[in-house]
Design a protein around this ligand. Structure first.
Ligand code: SF4
Ligand code: SF4
Length: 379
C-alpha cells in the first residue's frame, strides 16, 4: 500500500490528521476553543495545517474530558495529547539552527544548569583575578554591583546572548510561519490576537475552566501562567527602567526600594516564583492521560529556569548590602544568561508560535468562509 504524505510526515502528524477527521465529523467540541472552528474550515489535514492547529491548542484538556470517543472507545480520541506531541515536534522542526534542537530536547535542564554554572564561575574568576576580597565584602551605594563586574562587561555579555536569542527565535518563527502556509500577515490580525493571547482565552475549556476530575481538584494553570508571563514582563520592564536610569538620568544601581526599578523587579520576581511553582504542581496533578506530553524536558527546564531567576533575583535584592551580594550576583547572572540562551530552544518559543497561530486564526475567521476553506488542499 502506498504511504500517504501525512504518514511520511511522521506518526504525530498522522495521529492529528486522524483525530481531526473524526472531530470534523463529530463537532461536539466546537465551542471549546479556537482549534475546532479552525478545523471546520478544512476537510484535509496535511502537516502544515496539523502544525497550525497544534499551536492553536492551549492544552486545556476540555475536549478530552468531553469526548465520547476517548479511550477505552476504539477510536481512542485524545486530542490534547496528539496536538501537544505535534506541537513539541514543531518547535524542534523549525528551530534555528536546527542541529541544536536534539541537544536541548534531551538535556535541556542539564544544559541550562551547566551554562548558569559556567557564567557564575566566569564572573567569580573575573572578580577574583582583579580583587578577590571584593567578592566577600559588603558593598553599598551607587555602583555597588559594578565593583564586582563593570557595567560595560555586563551589557556586552548579556546584550550579546539576548540579541542572539531574539535572532534565533525570529528565524525559527519565520520557518514555522512559512511551513504552516502563512502568507503576508495583516496588522489587524496581529492586533486581534493580542486579547486572546494576553487573557489566555482558550485555556479555560470554553468558559467553565480547565476540567479535571475530582481527584485532581481545580486546575489553576491559567492563573499560574499569568503569574509567570506577567512576572517575566515586569522583570523586563524593571530592566528597561534601570537602563533609563543609568543612561538617561546618570543614576547607578542599586536603586532605592521605592524606585520603579525595584518595585517592578520585586513584583516580577514574586510572579516568577509563584507562577512556575504553581504550574509545576498543576502539571503533576493533571490526569495522566493528558499529562504525559506536558512533562517534557524542555517545558520542565523552562519552568525551573524561571523559578531560579526569580529566587536568585529576590535573594540578591534582599541581601544586596551584605557580604553575600558578590556570590548571589554571580549566581543570578548565571541563571539570567542560561535563561536567555535557552529561549530559542525551549518552551519559551511556544508564546511566539501560539501568537502566530492566533493571528492566523483571526485572519481566517475575519475573511468570508469560502476564501478560507482548505478542502482543496489535499494530502
Ligand atoms: S474531541 Fe471527541 S467529542 Fe470532541 S469533537 Fe472530537 S470526537 Fe467529538
Ligand atoms: S485548547 Fe483545550 S479544548 Fe481546544 S483542542 Fe486544545 S485541549 Fe482541546
Amino acid at each position: 500500500m502506498p504511504i500517504s504524505p501525512i504518514e511520511k510526515a511522521g506518526p504525530a502528524a498522522a495521529e492529528v490528521a486522524r483525530l481531526m477527521t473524526i472531530c470534523n465529523a463529530c463537532r461536539y467540541c466546537e465551542g471549546l476553543c479556537a482549534v475546532f472552528p479552525a478545523m471546520e474550515l478544512r476537510r484535509a489535514f496535511p502537516l502544515a495545517d496539523a502544525e497550525y492547529l497544534a499551536n492553536l491548542c492551549h492544552d486545556c484538556g476540555a475536549c478530552f474530558a468531553a469526548c465520547q470517543y476517548a479511550p477505552p472507545h476504539e477510536f481512542a480520541v485524545n486530542v490534547p495529547k496528539a496536538l501537544s506531541s505535534l506541537r513539541a515536534r514543531s518547535y524542534a522542526r523549525h528551530v534555528w539552527p536546527g542541529f541544536l534542537a536534539p541537544a536541548f530536547a534531551k538535556n535541556a535542564l542539564a544544559i541550562c544548569l551547566l551554562a548558569a554554572a559556567s557564567v557564575a564561575l566566569f564572573i567569580v574568576g573575573f572578580v577574583a583575578s582583579n580583587d578577590a576580597g571584593a567578592l566577600f565584602a559588603a558593598h553599598a551605594g551607587p555602583g555597588a554591583f559594578y565593583r564586582l563586574m563593570p557595567h560595560e562587561a555586563m551589557i556586552w555579555l548579556f546584550g550579546a546572548v539576548f540579541a542572539y536569542a531574539i535572532f534565533a527565535i525570529a528565524a525559527g518563527l519565520r520557518r514555522f510561519w512559512r511551513a504552516t502556509g502563512g502568507g503576508p500577515i495583516a496588522a489587524r490580525d496581529l492586533l486581534a490576537a493580542a486579547a486572546p493571547a494576553g487573557r489566555l482565552t482558550y485555556l479555560d475549556g470554553g468558559g467553565a475552566g480547565c476540567p479535571v476530575d475530582d481527584e485532581h481538584g481545580r486546575d489553576r494553570r491559567k492563573l499560574y501562567h499569568h503569574l509567570s508571563f506577567y512576572g517575566f514582563l515586569l522583570c523586563l520592564a524593571s530592566t528597561l527602567a534601570a537602563t533609563l536610569y543609568h543612561y538617561g538620568l546618570g543614576l547607578q544601581a542599586p536603586y532605592p526600594w521605592t524606585s520603579p526599578v525595584v518595585i517592578l523587579g520585586t513584583l516580577g520576581g514574586i510572579g516568577l516564583v509563584a507562577g512556575p511553582v504553581g504550574l509545576m504542581d498543576e502539571t503533576r496533578r493533571r490526569p495522566p492521560e493528558i499529562a504525559a506530553s506536558t512533562r517534557s524536558g524542555m517545558a520542565a527546564a523552562f519552568l525551573w529556569m524561571l523559578l531560579f531567576n526569580g529566587l536568585t533575583g529576590l535573594a540578591l535584592l534582599a541581601l544586596r548590602e551584605t557580604p553575600a551580594m558578590g556570590g548571589l550576583l554571580a549566581i543570578h547572572l548565571g541563571f539570567v544568561f542560561a535563561l536567555f540562551l535557552s529561549f530559542p530552544y525551549g518552551k519559551f518559543v511556544h508564546g511566539f508560535y501560539r501568537y502566530a497561530a492566533l493571528a492566523r486564526f483571526a485572519g481566517e475567521t475575519r475573511r468570508p468562509r469560502h476564501e478560507t476553506a482548505h478542502g482543496a488542499i489535499g494530502i
